[in-house]
Design a protein around this ligand. Structure first.
Ligand SMILES: Cc1cc2nc3c(=O)[nH]c(=O)nc-3n(C[C@H](O)[C@H](O)[C@H](O)COP(=O)(O)OP(=O)(O)OC[C@H]3O[C@@H](n4cnc5c(N)ncnc54)[C@H](O)[C@@H]3O)c2cc1C
Length: 413
């Protein structure tokens, strides 16, 4: 099989790159082993919340000049503001409604009820200009009875610390009874499926209306809208008071929707998405890759002019750590890491972790290296890259989207 470009990994980075390339007239295939980080996403896309030394960032566009030259954003350079606009537009064009500004971080509410800075947030969720916005508000915090992945007590404590007054209730509907028979079934995505039924959603809204009469705001878990954000829009429209939709523990309903939408746009643009298949091997020549092999296609090789590695970090097996070091399993690409394992971890679990900055080494065009030799037709994008700590710096989605667009624009037919 022959394509212009084969992309390994169909998460945020692989899909954004594939959409851009299809729109540029390339014929692309994405091979993707399984779920991506989007299935665990908060519903917000971070661009840059902190510098590596812990300094808070209010305006990501201004702060990128302070980053080390190994940071992926440093390679993007002056095109950074252009790509932030285009990344936002790519999401909007895919029907993923987001709000936010790359010149000014806003605040999102976490599953614990605390606030964190971020760039773009799905319009389902509340964004705050400052964490103090809840001061003096009477908030009704509602859970679905039996749903364990939304910790109302933590959320209420955090809201009350920020000056709100909370009451917690749980609501039940006969339609949830089947799910409730097993706690493993009572998960966000299954609840969202039940609430796709308009009558069930209306019944829930009726209960919320009654319960929220003396409150300023209703807060609900993000269990609405696997395919579109219409259920959230409907709830917001039918209740007379503001509604906060709060992210839950995974799986993320809004993240699954984002993944589905991006995949659909890629396929509508003519791309091939091979889900449930893994690239396991490649034929490597002198400074280039000729083809790759996958589990499902056996000895039928996938040929392409260019290959893009978007296989994610440790979480998605794009990187593997062993006692001897850190490796990239598909191409055996060079990885930036410290051979001294003692430097990998920070004893403070919530602190910056050095191992999270490890990743595939690339030249200034994001081309990978094998044994020190740059591979002319193989690029790496997204969280498989080295040089940043997505969690501590709060830059995961930004790096994925911006490197995807940058590389897609630099490929030649
Ligand atoms: C649990 C979690 C939650 C996160 N939440 C957020 C958030 O809320 N906001 C934010 O800004 N950032 C978040 N991040 C950071 C996140 O890394 C980026 O936002 C981004 O989604 C990563 O996208 P990616 O495409 O680079 O990698 P991934 O999403 O990890 O996708 C990589 C894909 O490659 C596939 N793959 C791997 N190896 C192969 C192979 N050999 N063959 C074929 N396919 C392969 C995997 O199955 C996977 O589907 C989160 C990260 C994690 C781990």
């Amino acid at each position: 099989m022959k394509f212009d470009t084969v992309i390994i990994g169909g998460g945020l980075a692989g899909l954004a790159c594939g959409i851009r390339l299809q729109n540029r007239g390339f014929k692309c295939a994405i091979v993707s082993a399984g779920q991506s980080a989007l299935h665990f996403s908060s519903g917000s896309f971070d661009l840059l919340n902190e510098l590596p030394d812990g300094t808070a960032v209010a305006n990501p566009e201004k702060a990128i000049h302070l980053l080390d030259k190994k940071h992926p954003y440093a390679k993007i350079g002056d095109k950074f503001p252009v790509y932030t606009q285009e990344a936002k537009q790519l999401l909007l064009d895919a029907g993923i409604e987001v709000q936010g500004d790359s010149k000014r971080n806003s605040y999102r509410i976490t599953p614990m009820g605390t606030t964190m800075p971020t760039w773009l947030t799905l319009t389902d969720f509340t964004t705050l200009e400052t964490p103090n916005e809840v001061i003096g508000k009477k908030i009704l915090l509602v859970n679905i009875a039996g749903f364990l992945d939304f910790n109302t007590k933590f959320v209420a404590d955090a809201f009350e610390t920020n000056g709100a007054e909370c009451k917690i209730i749980s609501v039940s509907l006969p339609e949830f009874e089947k799910l409730r028979q097993s706690p493993t079934e009572m998960r966000s995505a299954n609840i969202a499926r039940v609430l796709e039924n308009e009558n069930t959603l209306n019944a829930l809204v009726a209960k919320l209306k009654e319960a929220s009469k003396s409150f300023d705001t209703v807060a609900l878990p993000a269990v609405f809208g696997l395919s579109s954000n219409d259920p959230v829009k409907k709830i917001k429209q039918l209740l007379d008071i503001p509604v906060h939709i709060i992210p839950t523990m995974p799986p993320s309903v809004a993240g699954i929707r984002t993944q589905k939408r991006l995949r659909r746009v890629f396929e509508l643009a003519g791309g091939f998405y091979m889900l449930g298949d893994s690239v396991v091997n490649a034929e490597i020549g002198d400074g280039k890759i000729y083809n790759v092999y996958t589990v499902n296609h056996g000895d039928i090789a996938l040929y392409a002019d260019n290959f893009i590695l978007a296989s994610g970090s440790f979480f998605s097996n794009g990187l593997c750590a062993s006692m001897d070091g850190v490796t990239e399993p598909v191409f055996g690409a060079d990885v930036d890491f410290d051979p001294n394992r003692n430097t990998w971890y920070n004893a403070s679990v919530f602190g910056a972790q050095r191992y999270r900055t490890f990743g595939v080494a690339t030249d200034d065009q994001f081309r990978i290296k094998i044994n020190g030799k740059v591979q002319d037709n193989v690029y790496a994008i997204g969280s498989v890259l080295s040089g940043f700590d997505a969690l501590q710096e709060g830059c995961g989605a930004g790096v994925s989207l911006l490197t995807a667009l940058y590389v897609a624009d630099h490929l030649k037919k």
